[in-house]
Design a protein around this ligand. Structure first.
Ligand SMILES: Nc1ncnc2c1ncn2[C@@H]1O[C@H](COP(=O)(O)OP(=O)(O)OP(=O)(O)O)[C@@H](O)[C@H]1O
Ligand SMILES: [Mg+2]
Length: 273
């Protein structure tokens, strides 16, 4: 399996303007906490959707629902136009959904190649096909223009935060994913590293993937996103293309759900969809 996601499929989906992933009426509660309430979300191909919201708004919960970690109490999920049930991370991976979590799921003691193939090692007879895996890892990183890593045989523990994120993203791309979910990918990063990860996110969308990125940093959001979705207390209070927002308006939605005039406009737009 190699890097490049097929360009033809996203293009045909784009032509029909059907989002790659569509959530409708997703609710999820934990005991007395209603983490998500009737959430609708569209994730189109070739676009970066930023999921914004205050602490506890439900962003990670929504991400984990898409990633198959949580099962929604109600609601429907559509993938490439057809209804699906994502019952496990394995189901998500089979569809082409990869998730990069803030607390990176990389193994520190393993090198870059080992991390990228963890659990999916290639074999040649009874032996691991190291050459083949090394080549695929190198090609994927090169394809994403990740050039700051000195050696792909470097243990991940020796990488900078930005480089670790790059490896996590490259791993997602290598497995032919169609949708990449990034939960706060730049939260722990410095300025240069953040710029590198944002550039990487742009490359993913240029490859024809759909990307959803969670970020508290509105500078990052406005730099990289094509669309913004705002959760507040488990409800989707706004969702539109980035040109419809400025920072102030996003903060307004995050903190108070927007003015009533704006809410009315949003809900009528949603009904029209
Ligand atoms: N496994 C769980 N058990 C109980 N409650 C949970 C669980 N996961 C999330 N919650 C609750 O659901 C709500 C949404 O949490 P979530 O982690 O999705 O927020 P978030 O938007 O990702 O916040 P942050 O910006 O702080 O990461 C919170 O009230 C949280 O306490
Ligand atoms: Mg979170």
């Amino acid at each position: 399996m190699t890097v490049s996601p097929s360009a033809s499929e996203p293009a045909s989906l784009a032509a029909t303007s059907e989002p790659l992933l569509k959530l409708r009426g997703i609710s999820k509660h934990f005991g007395a906490v209603q983490a998500l309430y009737q959430v609708d979300l569209d994730l189109p191909v070739g676009q970066v959707t930023a999921l914004c919201g205050d602490n506890g708004a439900g962003k990670s919960c929504l991400t984990k629902t898409i990633a198959g970690i949580y099962q929604p109490d109600e609601g429907e999920i559509f993938w490439e136009g057809g209804q699906v049930h994502i019952r496990s991370p394995k189901d998500a991976a089979a569809l082409g959904i990869e998730t990069v979590y803030q607390d990176l799921a990389l193994a520190d003691n393993l090198d870059i190649v080992q991390n990228m193939f963890l659990g999916r090692e290639r074999k040649s007879g009874v032996f691991l096909d190291e050459d083949d895996m090394e080549k695929a890892a190198a090609e994927t990183l090169a394809g994403l223009r990740v050039t700051t890593v000195r050696s792909i045989r470097q243990p991940v523990a020796t990488l900078s935060g930005g480089q670790r994120q790059a490896v996590a993203v490259a791993k997602a791309v290598m497995w032919n994913s169609k949708l990449v979910l990034l939960d706060e990918p730049t939260a722990a990063l410095g300025v240069a590293q953040t710029a590198m990860v944002l550039e990487l996110i742009r490359r993913l969308k240029d490859h024809g993937l759909a990307v959803m990125v969670i970020s508290h940093n509105l500078n990052d959001v406005f730099e990289v996103a094509d669309r913004i979705a705002v959760l507040r207390l488990g409800r989707m209070v706004a969702q539109d293309k980035i040109s419809e927002f400025d920072r102030e308006r996003v903060v307004d939605f995050m903190t108070s759900g927007g003015s009533s005039r704006e809410l009315a406009a949003t809900s009528s737009a949603q009904k029209a969809n």
